[in-house]
Design a protein around this ligand. Structure first.
Ligand code: XMP
Length: 585
């Protein structure tokens, strides 16, 4: 389902840049409905657009198979803005030339503006911008002039005002370009003549009408996870059709955080399906990540299938609601995980049947995550639900590490090799390797660099952690067999709740993107496990940076965790992604 009659005024053509969704989001923040399309979208599918933006991308225009655009877009009469690779591609297609730069220009740069008109209207003669390129435009196409330069890039912005074609080598969409929003606003309003037509909250009434029309008298069934997207989609449908016609089910796998099930039940009023025992039984023999994931996937399928059958949701009068959002619908965009999650759901035969019969309703497919949150807030969903960190579908199971057999911890260089294997990602491959623990560290940012260096040097490891506090010296600790059982799961749940509370009270949780708490089977005596803290910065989970916290908070968290029965030590993960993944699995 798309936003009903609303037509995009701006199309961002995706030339493979990581920033294309960011450009579309910025345009929407300026109040103009925009979409992302594949770069080679035929021009006749873009008639009626007021403006077209060609995004950046990693290629060289001269490289074989580099992304291009349909040259007929330049004859549509719409304004065109090329950004970074987009500027080079526009110059190339309009018969200018592009050459390899003498050196790359990455990061902050000063833009010297020769002509502050067009997209640069209202800017000062010198502005701070963000650059990320190697190639640059050499000879301008006929009709263009250079309107700005930097010290390493002569052609940093170009204009052909008569045709309303503009190019910028810098990235106006990133926050590091101080006047980036002014540049985009200049393009949208005076140059393209866009009108403000986009406000996610203002879409609620028309979304309700669309839901009513698409449901066509049938009822809607949802599996909600407690995540933002499915919760907001569910609440929208509830509002559109009323509670008699919308049913939500939440599967309690027993792998959720403390208080989560009660919270979801109260915040959303959904039916809770108690499957705790069957998940635990199924997982009792599993130790390696792949089999845990596989078992969880299978159990989800079995439970969902049962719910669908027993509630008669496969009957003709029901359709399935889903919380799919805009980036999930675009092949080139979104995250790889979105695909994974989709495959996982598709495996449920009942759901596949509903999809095949087109009995599916996805009210949020034209929204970005931030916009979904705005809609959710307008629907009265609690902040706690709307601003939570991402939480993986398999839940705590991928944060509770298991071991099939005992193994010693041995000295390795300046630390100790802990033979608990966790997942990592190096190059395009997933790795499954041991951890190096540093037991005497000075807490400062150089630790993170040291960790990267150590992982590059030792092929046996993919992670480095630092010891925060312990009951036992590391010499007396060992890795012992540990399974996914009730006792260990409770231990992790408690540790996670402590960390969540302290990081929330201190405000630290607001400064990180996600903060997994992991339990590993490493300890001594009646304290067989240790906790690893894994706070990270990220934009979309595809890459991430480990983040240190201030000493006082780390000490408080450590002290409280060491008071939990069964916990021997607390470690801090110093590994970026790559080479470590966010989750340990
Ligand atoms: P990794 O561990 O691959 O995780 O660095 C990247 C992001 O994806 C989340 N994640 C998942 N989310 N189902 C989900 O909904 C999953 O199976 C899953 N596995 C990992 C992880 O929490 C992180 O945000």
């Amino acid at each position: 389902m798309t936003a009903d009659s609303l037509q995009p005024q701006i199309t961002v053509l995706d030339a493979g840049g990581q920033y294309c969704h960011l450009i579309a989001r910025r345009v929407r923040e300026l109040g103009v409905f925009s979409e992302v399309r594949a770069s080679e979208t035929p021009a006749d599918e873009l008639t009626g657009r007021k403006g077209i933006i060609i995004s950046g991308g990693p290629s060289s225009v001269s490289a074989p198979d580099s992304p291009t655009v349909d040259p007929a877009i330049f004859a549509l009469g719409a304004g065109v803005l090329g950004i970074c690779y987009g500027q080079q591609l526009m110059a190339h297609l309009l018969h200018g030339t592009v050459r390899k730069g003498a050196k790359g220009e990455y990061g902050a740069a000063v833009l010297n503006i020769h002509d502050s008109s067009g997209v640069l209207a209202g800017l000062s003669p010198r502005e701070n911008v963000w650059m990320s390129h190697f190639d640059q435009v050499e000879k301008l196409p006929a009709g263009f002039t250079t309107i700005a330069s930097t010290s390493t890039c002569e052609v940093a912005a170009i204009a052909d005002p008569a045709r309303r074609f503009y190019g910028v080598q810098f990235h106006p969409e990133v926050v590091h370009t101080a006047k980036g929003m002014e540049v985009l606003s200049n393009f949208l309003f005076p140059i393209c003549g866009c009108e403000k037509d986009w406000d996610p909250r203002g879409r609620i009434a028309s979304l309700e009408r669309e839901i009513q029309a698409a449901a066509a008298g049938r009822n809607i069934f949802f599996f909600v996870s407690g995540g933002v997207d499915s919760s907001v989609a569910y609440r929208l449908c509830l509002r559109a059709l009323g509670k008699d016609r919308v049913h939500g089910a939440y599967v309690d796998t027993g792998l959720m955080r403390e208080g989560e099930t009660e919270f979801v039940r109260e915040a959303l009023g959904v039916e809770v399906v108690d499957a705790r025992q069957e998940f635990l039984d199924a997982l009792s023999g599993a130790t390696d990540p792949e089999s845990k994931r596989h078992i969880i996937g299978e159990q989800f399928v079995a439970v969902q299938e049962r719910v669908l059958q027993s509630g008669h949701y496969l009957d003709g009068e029901w359709i399935l609601g889903q919380g799919t959002i805009y980036p999930d619908t675009i092949e080139s965009g979104g995250t790889a995980k979105a695909d994974l999650i989709k495959t996982h759901h598709n495996r449920v035969a009942g759901i596949q049947k509903l999809i095949d019969e087109n009995r599916i309703i996805e009210p949020l497919t034209s929204f970005y995550k931030d916009e979904v949150r705005e809609v959710g807030a307008a629907l009265g969903l609690p902040d706690e639900l709307l601003h939570r960190h991402p939480f993986p579908g398999p839940g705590l199971a991928i944060r509770l590490l298991c071991a099939a057999e005992a193994a010693p911890i041995v000295k390795m260089g300046s630390g100790r090799l802990v033979p608990v294997r966790s997942v990592g990602v190096q190059g395009d491959e997933r790795t499954y390797r041991a951890v190096l623990a540093l037991d005497k560290v000075i807490w400062n940012d150089s630790l993170l660099e040291q960790a990267t260096h150590l992982i590059n040097r030792h092929a046996t490891i993919n992670r480095v952690v630092a010891l925060c506090g312990t009951h036992h010296s590391m010499e007396t600790m060992q890795v012992a067999p540990g399974r996914l059982d009730r006792v260990r799961l409770e231990r992790l749940r408690r540790a996670d709740a402590i960390v969540r509370r302290l990081s929330h009270e201190s405000g630290f949780d607001g400064s990180v993107w996600q903060f997994p708490v992991v339990v590993i089977p490493c300890g001594a005596g009646d304290r067989p496990d240790s906790v690893v803290l894994r706070p990270v910065h990220s934009v979309d989970g595809m890459t991430a940076q480990s983040v240190l916290m201030e000493d006082g908070l780390r000490d408080r968290i450590t002290a409280q965790l060491l008071a939990v029965p069964g916990i021997a030590a607390v470690f801090y993960d110093l590994t970026h992604k790559p080479p470590g993944t966010i989750e340990w699995e």
